[in-house]
Write a protein that binds this ligand. Sequence first.
Ligand code: HEC
Length: 171
Amino acid sequence: MKPLSVVIAACLILSIAPLANAIHETQPAETPVPLPGADAVKLYEYLTKHKPYTSWELWPGKGKMYKGTQPHGEFLTTYVNDTAMFGIRDRKGIMPEGTIVAKENYDTDKKFAALTVMYKIKGYNPAAANWFWAKYDGGGKVLASGRVEACIKCHGAKKDNDFIFTGALKK
Ligand code: HEC
């Protein structure tokens, strides 16, 4: 090989190498995981893999295992995603779409009994503030999901607060 062709060959290899690297990294670890649709199984996966809800912030002013009421359980721990936190702090009286509130329900013996979730999806159920409702048992099995009448009926008492009980969303 002549020296020039060696240089050309080297240049070719060098210009292709980053490309190969880029193909390898089509999904770097930091890629945000897209929100699931109105699907309880996918929602649970979203809540427990990647960035689990247990690493989210707690509802402001509420610690872990605060005293709950029926039907949810004796003790509750309520986590909110960043969008929910924005909605709470924004004080507009309405949670933005993409809000997820995930509440762990514990029985009198402080045994984890169920996970109940409210997830706001654009246009999902305009008659009831577009919440997707979900309830899972301690192992993640879906017990109820969707436009669940029982959830909507009771939470409807807080219609003026976007169906949310835990804290006032307006000043
Ligand atoms: C009989 C009334 C009632 C029913 C039925 C009910 N909830 Fe609740 N929910 C409450 C109350 C009251 C709270 C506030 C926490 C507490 O004091 O227990 C609450 C809190 C929550 C929260 C925390 C956010 C908020 O609104 O404060 C979530 C999430 C939730 N419920 C989900 C559900 C789901 C999902 C269902 C249906 C499977 C459901 N709830 C059914 C009364 C109810």
